[in-house]
Design a protein around this ligand. Structure first.
Ligand code: ATP
Length: 474
């Protein structure tokens, strides 16, 4: 039984493949125009056509400039210059002034700039001193505690093996107590980053000049973000949208909306992304092409981060005083700006226009496809419409078909569905050779006609018909 059914499946598969193959080489399909008077389907067709017209020609071709060859490769160079005078209050009548050379570290970077907003400074010389209480291994009671201590990466020098007493100010800085810490040999005194930070004032009023030169190599077009006859200005989206000089307060506001976060950014540092986005229509004058500036914060907000907040690093300036080496160590917190430039340029191109128009015409044909599908499969009179739309025409005379009916079934014979669209399995007629005896032809015919193979074949053809490919079988 199983063998029989698997044989029949294989047979039906083979028949189907043969049918498809013979159809492919022997059946030519041509269009037939059928006019159907239906308000509903015509209204639907026009509605879809209007939508597709707006989408394909309005949106894709005109708004998205489907007539242009577009390219996103861009070569660019950015230089940044910050101006502004900051100051640090040391006491009631004591303040230090900081200019660009002091707070920009290093003086020049590629597509980035760091502005120091806060720092901890420690004057040091090479000697021995107690380790910082921030190092957990530093605490001791006697010298022997400091001997054979392991070396750790967070240490500020090398253990000398001595335990020294130092005075310690309480949290509220009112009482003095002593604590014992292991001594180290290194740059002394060690930095204590728990001390009061030195915040540089007036930073939000600084201005930053973003100078960008760029080229679209595909079109051999060069451009810059500085307009002609540009006078001293500061960017404002309404009054000076073309000015490339930005106030830091504007950038900070754009990058971070929360006031507390902004204050913490100045205290602990942050990373800000500045993006220049060019979108140039080269069919117009290149001078009318302006970049769009956008600013966003790249580091994690302080209320979300616990392990490492902000942005900081250390650097030192060295000098020699009375034959001994000295240095000023600075732990610098600040704003790091990363500049990225992206761009797109488009120019009219006849080949692109031709190719895109072809695609758009194809999209436009979707309207008829949808309506045909509804008409032939979902509408009440689908069967009637199908009968009118699909037609099989045989160029051979009917007599020839009759004679062929007398022939023996060949292995290659596929069943044929005749013109009647409501043909059932029983109307599917195989072809026979005359050489067979009438009894054998009768037996063969009965077996072929009742086989599930032809039923399946008809169902497949029905499926094809649903796709609008051939004559359907009900
Ligand atoms: N961050 C800034 N804020 C305000 N103006 C700036 C800034 N950077 C540059 N400028 C001004 O923009 C103009 C062009 O700057 P550019 O650096 O090309 O010229 P410069 O003569 O080298 O500038 P400067 O010597 O003043 O630093 C100059 O007038 C300059 O003073």
């Amino acid at each position: 039984m199983d063998t029989l059914s698997s044989d029949s499946k294989r047979f039906s598969c083979r028949l189907f493949m043969k049918h498809v193959f013979y159809g492919f080489i022997t059946e030519y399909e041509t269009q037939k125009i059928v006019t159907i008077h239906s308000y509903t389907i015509t209204a639907l067709l026009r509605f879809i056509q209007i939508i597709l017209l707006f989408y394909s020609f309005g949106y894709l071709l005109i708004y998205k400039k489907g007539y242009q060859y577009q390219d996103t490769s861009i070569i660019s160079s950015v230089t940044l210059k910050v101006k502004g005078i900051g100051y640090v209050n040391k006491g009631p009548n004591d303040s230090y002034v900081f200019d660009g050379t002091d707070y920009i570290i290093p003086p020049s970077e590629n597509n980035a700039i760091f502005i120091m907003t806060n720092f901890i400074e420690t004057e040091q010389s090479r000697s021995t001193c107690v380790e910082s209480p921030a190092v957990p291994l530093a605490f001791c009671k006697k010298d022997s505690d400091c001997q054979k201590k392991p070396d750790r990466s967070d240490m500020n020098g090398r253990w000398t093996g001595r335990c020294s007493a130092v005075s310690k100010l309480s949290e509220n800085k009112t009482t003095n107590s002593t604590q014992r810490l292991c001594e180290i040999q290194g740059w002394c005194p060690v930095e204590d980053d728990r001390q009061k930070p030195t915040i540089i004032q007036d930073i939000p009023n600084f201005t930053i000049f973003l100078k960008n030169f760029m080229e679209f190599p595909t079109f051999n077009v060069k451009h810059k973000n500085i307009g002609e006859n540009l006078k001293s200005c500061v960017y404002d989206p309404l009054t000076h949208p073309d000015c490339p000089i930005f106030r830091l307060s504007y950038i900070l506001n754009e990058a971070e909306k929360n006031v507390t976060e902004r204050e913490l950014m100045l205290l602990y540092g942050a990373v800000i992304r500045v993006k220049l986005d060019w979108d140039c229509n080269l069919d117009r004058n290149i001078k009318s092409c302006k970049p769009v500036y956008s600013f966003a914060r790249l580091d994690t907000p302080f209320h979300e981060e616990t392990f490492s907040v902000g942005f900081n690093f250390r650097f030192a300036s060295h000098w020699k005083y009375k034959r001994s080496y000295r240095r000023s160590l600075r732990k610098a917190y600040g704003l790091r700006f990363i500049i990225s430039v992206s761009g797109k340029a488009g120019k009219f191109d006849f080949i692109t226009l031709t190719l895109n128009t072809g695609s758009l015409v194809g999209i436009f044909g979707l309207a008829s496809f949808v309506c045909d599908y509804i008409l032939l499969n979902l509408s009440k009179k689908a069967a009637v419409y199908r009968e009118q739309v699909f037609q099989r025409f045989r160029s051979r005379p009917a007599s020839m078909d009759q004679s062929v009916l007398q022939l023996k079934p060949r292995k290659t014979d596929a069943s044929t569905i005749f013109q009647n669209p409501s043909a059932t399995e029983r109307e599917v007629t195989p072809v026979y050779h005359l050489s067979e005896s009438p009894q054998r032809i009768h037996n063969l015919a009965n077996r072929s006609l009742s086989s599930s193979v032809l039923g399946q074949q008809n169902r497949m053809l029905g499926f094809q018909a649903n796709l609008g490919l051939t004559n359907p079988v009900n």
